[in-house]
Design a protein around this ligand. Structure first.
Ligand code: ADP
Length: 887
């Protein structure tokens, strides 16, 4: 058995192998250690002889599903190895084989799935700078692929990582690392993602094409749009191979493959998703993510679609406007909105239910839910007519109606959770079934009436009719009752037995005797026979109903998609109406103009009336870059995020929290916010900050929106200030950039730059000073702040009074010290300024010197190349402080 185990384990090396031994699944060695840890079960060991012991831990077969679910939830892959067939002759060893592999990305069991999001397994094929991605959700049958090219191989990896994040992948499949450095092979993948590998030959284009053609039973893959997308095809083929390997059954729910394009959608990388708190806050709180603020959906399909929209804002105006129109429809018509949403509440997960019918794992109760959902969908279809962007419901109406009618006529009102219990098929659906049902009922009634009948016949009041598994039905009479009956009988009648003559003793117990009669056995046989046939018939009928549902699964899923759309737009309308959102004007200008904008989540968290609304203006002219200054805690980050969130909401088609808004399409939102320390990855805070900033400068376009919060905070004041200023200059001047940028800083020295660069303007967080007290107004006002109020923030935070008093003294000394007039930024650099950095600060902020003047005076267009070179030489001399160039 050990050899058998090792042989199977070799085939599934990176899984936890559950090895069936009688009523248990056993795990061994390392698997056992993991299992005992994750499942909190006892770790034992087993002696293999010759002094070898192996660790083992077992779980009962009956409760295996919960345990598998827990292992998978902890990110493990579980291979379930069953006993197949009978023992081999002579050796007594059972045949065993892996029946299925359950992985985080391939679970379909409803108890392991979260209905509010898709569970995707994603395959990534990288070919130099080209990348193919395919993903599938086995519970909904969604199967899609895409391909794109980037500038470099590392850009392609970054784009692939972004796509994995967008999809919220549960598991990624990549080729094995043969010939590559193992760590480098997976270094680009988002962390905490289950990684599975399959051998390289699965990724060849020929193999992929053959497999896909075979799966879809088509001659050519052109119909799927894969003709020009070889790398996408490789990913799709490899994914299919992987799924076939883990599922070990036909993947009938994957009925088609859709190719999609990432053009036309906003790019959001990991930082932006995290910083904007789209799904959850930095602390992992889902209730205060943007998603939960917008999510008033009523169906699981709607919840999943909203999540997809949110993770992929659009760039094209037409579909955005279409969604806006649909939201507008339901904002305007509150009555049909509430009617619709009432019906939606009755729709369960039609998409997943239809797919469970296809893979044959749907239960009677689930089919009952499907029937009720289809009734509600029918009512919805009647109610809605011209909703912009709504996928047509009318083509699927016929299918939905047929399946609804079938389910309503075939199933009982509340079908059981499993098919083993009777009561699935409704009386009247099958005459055959009804006849058997009658047979069963008659036999039962006869047996139920037997007790009274036999009591009358024998005169023994305590006579009982009982049943057990071993002897079936019997009549039981206690010894004392029998004795007293015998005495009575002897007294009253002369002859004959106490008990009727057809009573035969079945079993003698200590204080009772059990009897059967021929008639009782006859009825019992009739009952058991009819029950078996009944169960068989019910199962057959149920299977036929399931097959019929499966054959209409495509239409049901189309209807489900329409329902999801209605659910999402009406949910957005509900939120818009409840929280006074407005419809933004979305156009292809370079402007972002928000009047009285609010932070969608913060305004809900703060007590009513406390949130202060703020305007924002960005354009490609004087308001390209806004430098926002203000003390810590004044609301700078919140305002930055608020602007980005409003843009993002506008581009998914939602209304926005503002009095009015105009949003010129943004192709990408970049965020460099706060000190996200990445110490676990071995990088200093400052290094991370600079890496992220460099990434922004490399990839932003003139259409991007950039949020920079406290750039340069991770290093010394002077370095920080220098870098901060250089970043702003770069964004302002680099030919490809000039993008709309919000720059928050407590370096108020930064505002000087506004006087130099025409596209930079200043804003500050308003503060009210009342004597020693400072009140943050959370109001964005034009102009620059001149103090940082750090000590006030320390007070707010409850620092000891003695400490803040001493800080005030030091501040005063510093402000009056010799260097104070040179560099006001020094206030925060409590120590002695170092002369070198001071001189750097001086040049950076010195009034324009002779070099600058000379450059300004240049007429660049009229210079010949040689003259330009000469000028450059002169300028260098000038900069060195040598007044006599050329001599
Ligand atoms: P900063 O980035 O300037 O340090 P934050 O943006 O983190 O400040 O805001 C600090 C706190 O101020 C927030 O947690 C919030 O409670 C409050 N706040 C921010 N903006 C507003 C606003 N517009 N109205 C009311 N309170 C606000």
């Amino acid at each position: 058995m050990r050899a058998q185990y090792l042989q199977i384990k070799r085939r599934f090396p990176d899984t936890i192998l559950l090895f069936r031994l009688g009523d248990f699944y056993e795990t061994f060695e390392q698997d056992a250690e993991i299992a005992s840890h994750v499942l909190d079960i006892v770790l034992t060991s087993r002696d293999l002889g010759k002094g070898v012991r192996v660790a083992m831990a077992g779980i009962p077969h009956r409760s295996s599903e919960v345990h598998i679910a827990r292992l998978v939830a902890a990110g493990h892959k579980v291979a379930v190895c069953e006993q197949t067939g009978s023992a081999e002759k002579g050796r007594g060893l059972m045949d065993r084989d892996v029946a299925r592999v359950v992985t985080p990305g391939t679970v379909t069991d409803p108890s392991m799935l979260d209905s509010s999001h898709n569970t995707y397994v994603v395959a990534v094929a990288l070919d130099g700078a080209r990348c193919g991605i395919a993903f599938a959700d086995l519970s909904t049958g969604q199967f899609e692929a895409t391909q794109f090219s980037s500038a470099t191989a590392s850009d392609a990896r970054a784009a692939a990582a972004r796509e994995l994040l967008r999809l919220g992948a549960a598991e990624v499949v990549i080729p094995d690392s043969r010939g590559e450095d193992e760590a480098d092979h997976v270094a680009w993948l988002p962390r905490d993602l289950t990684v599975s590998t399959i051998e390289r030959w699965h990724w060849s284009a020929e193999r992929a094409e053959a497999l896909l053609r075979q799966h879809f039973a088509v001659e050519s893959l052109d119909g799927f749009g894969l003709a020009q997308q070889r790398v996408a095809m490789q990913a799709a083929g490899a994914l299919l191979s992987y799924l076939a390997e883990t599922q070990r059954s036909r993947l009938a729910q994957l009925t088609s493959l859709r190719t999609y394009s990432l053009d036309g959608t906003m790019l959001l990388d990991a930082q932006a998703r995290r910083n904007l708190e789209l799904v959850e806050t930095a602390r992992g709180d889902k209730r205060h993510g943007l998603l939960s603020v917008l999510d008033e959906t009523r169906t699981p399909m709607g919840a999943r679609l909203l999540r997809r929209w949110l993770s992929q804002p659009l760039l094209d105006l037409a579909p955005i406007h279409e969604r806006q129109d649909a939201v507008q429809y339901f904002v305007d018509d509150g009555i049909s909105r509430s009617a619709l949403r009432q019906h939606l509440s009755k729709v369960s997960d039609v998409e997943r239910l239809a797919n469970r019918a296809v893979i044959g794992s749907v239960t009677p109760r689930e089919l009952g839910q499907l029937g009720r959902s289809l009734r509600a969908i029918g009512e919805i279809a009647q109610g809605v007519t011209e909703i912009p962007g709504l996928p047509s419901l009318s083509e699927t109406t016929e299918s939905c109606r047929r399946i609804q009618a079938l389910l309503e006529s075939a199933l009982t009102y509340d079908p059981p959770a499993t098919l083993n219990a009777v009561g699935t098929i409704r009386p009247g659906f099958s005459p055959d079934l009804d006849a058997h049902d009658r047979g069963v009922r008659e036999a039962r009634e006869w047996i139920a009436g037997l007790e009274r009948h036999e009591r009358d016949r024998t005169g023994i009041r305590s006579l009982k009719v009982g049943f057990n598994q071993v002897s079936g039905y019997f009549i039981e009479i206690s010894t004392t009752a029998l004795a007293s009956a015998a005495r009575e009988h002897a007294a009253t009648s002369a002859s004959g037995d106490v008990l009727p003559s057809d009573y035969a003793i079945r079993q003698s117990l200590a204080n009772a005797t059990r009897y059967v009669t021929t008639q009782l056995k006859e009825y019992e046989a009739r009952l058991i026979g009819a029950q078996e046939t009944l169960a068989q018939l019910e199962a057959d009928l149920f299977r036929r109903v399931v097959a019929e549902v499966a054959s209409h699964a495509g239409d049901l899923c189309t209807a489900a998609a329409a329902i999801a759309y209605l659910d999402v737009v009406s949910s957005l309308a509900e939120v818009a109406a409840a929280y006074a959102y407005v419809r933004p004007v979305v156009d292809d200008s370079h402007r972002i103009e928000i009047r009285e904008g609010r932070h969608p989540t913060l305004e809900r968290i703060l007590p009513p009336g406390e949130f202060v609304a703020n305007d924002a203006l960005l354009d490609d002219d004087e308001h390209r870059i806004t430098i926002l200054t203000g003390p810590n805690m004044a609301g700078k980050s919140s305002w930055l995020r608020q602007v980005a969130l409003i843009v993002l909401m506008a581009q998914i088609g939602s209304f926005v929290p503002a009095a009015a808004a105009r949003i010129g399409i943004v192709d990408r939102i970049f965020t460099r916010i706060g000190a996200q320390d990445d110490i676990s990855a071995g990088q200093s805070t400052f290094m991370v900050e600079m890496l992220e900033t460099a990434n922004i400068l490399h990839h932003a376009t003139s259409r991007s929106l950039v949020l920079l919060d406290e750039i340069g905070r991770g290093t010394s004041t002077w370095d920080g200030l220098a870098i901060a200023r250089a970043v702003v200059e770069h964004i302002h001047n680099a030919p490809r950039l000039g993008c709309r940028t919000l720059f928050a800083t407590h370096f108020h020295e930064m505002t000087a730059i506004a006087g130099v660069l025409p596209g930079v303007c200043c804003a500050r967080m308003d503060v009210l000073e009342e004597g020693d007290r400072v009140v943050f107004l959370h109001r964005v006002a034009p102009g620059a702040a001149d103090r940082s109020y750090g000590i006030h923030v320390a007070e707010l935070a409850g620092a000891p009074k003695a400490l803040t008093r001493r800080a005030r003294e030091i501040l005063q000394e510093l402000e009056q010290g010799p260097a104070a007039d040179v560099a006001r930024g020094r206030r925060r650099s409590m120590g002695k300024p170092n002369p070198e950095s001071l001189s750097m600060q001086l040049t950076l902020f010195a009034p324009p010197g002779p070099v600058l003047e000379a450059i300004r005076a240049l007429d660049v267009e009229s210079l010949s190349p040689l003259e330009a070179l000469m000028k450059l030489y002169e300028l260098r001399q000038l900069a060195k402080g040598d007044p006599s160039p050329g001599e």
